[in-house]
Design a protein around this ligand. Structure first.
Ligand code: NDP
Length: 419
């Protein structure tokens, strides 16, 4: 029995909310609150009569801590699930602390304005100290650890698929298959086709920022940074087939490097088609990926936000997308003195997701884990106090819920490895 406030009502939120409603024994009451209340009301109208979960809605600007605090005090939830944007992570964490409620999200903090001089100074220092230049990193949220611990609250960071399920797959491999994990390759393959020449599968601004940034991986205790898309490999994905994939910087590498003792190398690869890469390069070359405001016909616009308005809404790709995703991790290491390799992955079919919830598989594979992480926190099954990444908890209950709520996984003990 629990009452949860869900912030955001986009592609991922829509799946997370529908999954909460399928799990109404745990989620007895939810409030959907977002910037645009009409979207919350429309989803509520779609779900009412199909679930025992009691749904209310609210309008909130999650950039504004006062508004958040007043909403939380008014609704009195046990936890807040943040499925808005990474820009709002810190304001929502502050509001949770002020009101004494647990916090769950799917992506680590990054600032909306990367030209902000105060943020930039800290960022540049971190680039020098840590050796990677991504705009997002965990330091901002890990800095809340003591505050959450002292308040007796849980903050669960990154309960999507990657990070999220990939972190849980790692904890599961560590618990059941290895004495020591030496290498982790996280492979994110989207074999889906939406028929547009160019569209992103989740929020375009966040997606394009991530993909156009430098790549990096963790090796022998330090970061190795690469140019964007510099490292390319081909992999034959079960149920999808051969795809080109490229090494990216990705947030779970940062936490796994800290939390998996003895790990020597962690890499992250994502598949991209040539059309996507050509479009992205062109947009980048003409300045459309810039987050810095420019003057246009007497008003200020941010190029990447203007681009977002032109691109298809990721939430609308569902009916058009066919094919499957395959996301998982290949681990190498030792067990009982013998070397072994294990691949744990999930395959998700875009059309099956659409038939079930009206969403494509990228929103589905993120929204289901967002619900699971929240369920484990509010049920007290994951109950450590402080700020944590998912690999720091017992993976077994999460793995069981993945099977039960639509993301079944496979363990392959003799996979092909990535060179
Ligand atoms: P969308 O852009 O589809 O949805 C974002 C939602 O947040 C919208 O409803 C938006 O409102 C709302 N929102 C934005 N700003 C505010 C604000 N200031 N106050 C209140 N609400 C706000 O994004 P997605 O659903 O694609 O992504 C959601 C999150 O999931 C992102 O953080 C993304 O990084 C993360 N993600 C994580 C993945 C993982 O595997 N871990 C994979 C994919 C995504 P409005 O409707 O008015 O625009």
């Amino acid at each position: 029995m629990s009452k949860v406030l869900i912030i955001g009502c986009g592609g991922v939120a829509s799946v997370a909310i529908q999954k909460c409603c399928q799990n109404s024994e745990v989620f007895t009451e939810i409030c959907i609150a977002s910037r645009t209340r009409e979207k919350c009301d429309a989803l509520k109208a779609k779900l009412e009569g199909t679930t025992k979960t009691r749904i209310t809605t609210a309008q909130v600007n999650a950039d504004n801590p006062e508004e958040l605090i007043s909403l939380i005090r008014d609704y009195r939830p046990q936890a807040v699930l943040n499925v808005a944007l990474p820009y709002q992570d810190l304001t929502i964490m502050d509001a949770c602390l002020a009101c004494g409620v647990d916090y769950i999200d799917t992506a680590n903090y990054e600032p909306e304005n990367t030209d902000d001089p105060q943020w930039r100074a800290i960022y540049e220092e971190r680039c020098k100290k840590e050796g990677f230049t991504a705009y997002f990193d965990y330091s901002w949220q890990w800095a809340y650890r003591k505050k959450f611990e002292e308040a007796g609250l849980t903050a669960l960071l990154g309960s999507g698929f990657d990070p999220g399920v990939t972190s849980v797959f790692t904890a599961y491999a560590q618990k059941h298959y290895f004495d020591e994990i030496h290498t982790i390759d996280i492979l994110d393959c989207n074999g889906g086709d939406h028929g547009y020449p160019f569209a992103t599968n989740f929020n375009p601004e966040i997606n394009l920022r991530e993909v156009s940034a430098n790549g990096s991986y963790w090796e022998n205790g330090r970061w190795v940074e690469t140019k964007p898309m510099e490292i390319k490999r081909e992999y034959d994905f079960p149920q999808v087939g051969k795809k080109d994939m490229y090494l990216l910087h990705h947030e779970e590498i940062e936490s796994l490097a800290k939390n998996i003792p003895g790990v020597r190398r962690i890499r992250f690869f994502m598949t991209f088609g040539q059309s996507y890469l050509t479009h992205m390069k062109c947009l980048e070359n003409v300045g459309m990926l810039s987050t810095s405001p420019i003057q246009f016909e007497g008003r200020e616009i941010v190029p990447i936000q203007f681009l977002k308005a032109l691109l298809p809404d990721p939430a609308s790709l569902g009916p058009r997308t066919v094919g499957k995703t395959n996301i998982g991790c290949i681990f190498t290491g030792v067990k009982d003195g013998k070397e072994r390799t294990v691949y744990i992955y999930n395959v998700c079919d875009h059309q099956a997701c659409y038939r079930e919830l009206g969403s494509q598989a990228i929103s589905y594979t993120t929204g289901v884990p967002a619900m699971i992480g929240t369920a484990l926190v509010v049920s007290g099954i994951w109950n450590k106090k402080g700020v944590f990444n998912l690999e720091e908890f017992d993976p077994d209950p999460y793995m069981e819920m993945l099977n039960r709520f639509g993301l079944p996984w496979v363990v392959d003990e003799s996979p092909a490895i990535v060179e």
